[in-house]
Design a binder for this molecule. Sequence first.
Ligand code: SF4
Length: 369
Amino acid sequence: MDLDLDQDWLRGVRAALVGWYDESARALPWRRDRDPYRVLVSETMLVQTTVKAVVPYFERFVTRFPDFATLAAADLDEVVRAWEGLGYYRRARQLHAAAVRVVSEFGGRMPDDPTAIQALPGVGRYMAGAILSFAFDRAQPIVEANSERVLARLLAVRGDTRSGPIRERLWLAAERLVPQQEPGRFNQALIELGALVCAPRRPACLVCPLASLCQARRQGLEEAIPEARPRPAPLAVVEECAIVTQGSLVLVVQRGAGGLWERFWEFPTIHVEGADPGGRALGPDVDLARGVQLLTGVQARIGAPVKSIRYSVTKHRVALTARRGVAVSGALEPGPGLIDARWVEPRSLADLTMSSAGRRLAASCEWLE
Ligand code: SF4
């Protein structure tokens, strides 16, 4: 695939973009230096997540785990706990695995070789380009949500940006645009323009440094590019959990490997209806009392619902109903899909990694005090 881009146009875009960035860039904590570790942590956190949400997590995370060696030596549960609330927990596990690999294979220093970087867990083409350009000033292209939109508009690329040929065209454009001089600053500027000016809806073309160079703007297509993608309807899910007590203690279980909630603690939960994003071991054919017994070994009397909450996870909309239960008998024995089942003091739930939904349930059951 070839892309015929005029040299003057390329120079014009680079100069205008970097000039604007120097005056307008936000002072984000991961831009204070070019430490590859901080680049990897910030870029991992920023996948599918806003800058505003990431900033406090990033500050806390790098204070607690300041480098590859500290992160690699940390217990995975502690790392996931530090990620709690940020969502997409697979990223935390992959980041930890990447740190272990950097320490064991590269002596704790991020390699500057594209192939070695892309072989790290969780690192794809974009992330490798970000690490190489931001941390090592290597002229590597990047295409993520913001820069993809800017590039598509600059070149007036019509069609679905997820399609292979169009994606490749945008990567090629990014490759041609990224300069040999300070490529990291240029790539940051491309992302920043997409975040602050060339917004998904109503791009601020009047104040855009690239307005005179933008083909979508020239053709009046800035609102039509990229093409809107129809959003699939969320998949409905129904789950039930039991908040079982024995004296002052409450019963919790820890999920095993694989699935969305790997290593998370929760109240024993069964899948009742619809899709099954949590990969529940027990499905609609088992009622909650039987589910608790199979999951924990504990027999419990299950009462009426005490709380219902709704939450979204990936493309699912989950309705979760909690019922109160009282243990009758049974020794603890973690069941299918679990690695632990315990009685804990309600106040120690704060020390366990739980989903936001689990936290909300625990907080709303004042009788758990
Ligand atoms: S002129 Fe408008 S559409 Fe073009 S890059 Fe700037 S903000 Fe985006």
